[in-house]
Design a protein. Structure first.
Length: 222
């Protein structure tokens, strides 16, 4: 069992191209139910997830893409990271981005191709299912920690069933639109989205960014 779990964790990587094969609701229910066993402070279980398929997903995709094409965005509900980024974070992010562009054959000077690449976020990369994760608007950092534990369980559960996923903060550029279309109140904070489906054999799905060695992020004290 340990070997299977190790393999499962190592095989989870973002997928950015999907088959249009529908994902059975019963399978999604099983993954989400099992993911709910994630740890949370005092068993508060703050996570909520909206599952979008069919016309509802397409309507949201159309709304986000139309706004993106017009250069219109909305402020996210929270800042994802430090500003400015520490140099080490910035270097890793640049290396990841450049490697992905190189794999897709996108030149640094090709702004049109770069824009098209980023626009794919708002189509959920063609995945048949989209998850929207949200928390109470007044959530603190600990609540985000709990949500992260839940989301990791979701992603590992999807891999275990032959599915792929891609978590996306990018869709938070349209948090107000998402709340309106899903009839979520102003008391809900949009954490991120996630593309979900069966990965196809597109070259982009072979992309695996470099990972830091153990000694780069671990300190031992005897």
């Amino acid at each position: 069992m340990q070997n299977n779990l190790d393999q499962l964790m190592q095989s989870r990587h973002c997928k950015r191209s999907f088959l249009d094969t529908p994902v059975p609701r019963s399978l999604l229910e099983s993954v989400l139910q099992n993911a709910g066993h994630a740890a949370s402070s005092k068993n508060t279980q703050p996570w909520q997830v909206s599952v979008l398929t069919g016309d509802t997903k397409q309507t949201l995709v159309d709304a986000m893409c139309q706004a993106f094409d017009k250069g219109v965005t909305e402020p996210p509900d929270y800042a994802y990271s430090m500003d400015p980024l520490p140099d080490t974070f910035k270097d890793r992010a640049r290396a990841c981005g450049y490697a992905l562009y190189q794999l897709k054959g996108i030149e640094r000077s090709d702004s049109k191709a770069r824009t098209a690449h980023f626009r794919e976020n708002y189509t959920f990369f063609g995945a048949p299912v989209a998850f929207i994760f949200h928390l109470p608007m007044a959530s603190e950092r600990g609540n985000f920690l709990d949500m992260g534990l839940f989301m990791q369980n979701v992603m590992l559960g999807l891999v275990d069933h032959g599915l792929g996923s891609c978590p996306q903060f990018s869709i938070c550029s349209y948090s107000k639109t998402i709340r309106r279309m899903l009839d979520l109140g102003d008391d809900r904070l949009i954490v991120c989205g996630m593309s979900v489906g069966y990965p196809d054999d597109a070259k982009v799905n072979t992309f695996i960014p470099d990972r830091e060695p153990l000694d780069a992020y671990t300190q031992w004290f005897d």
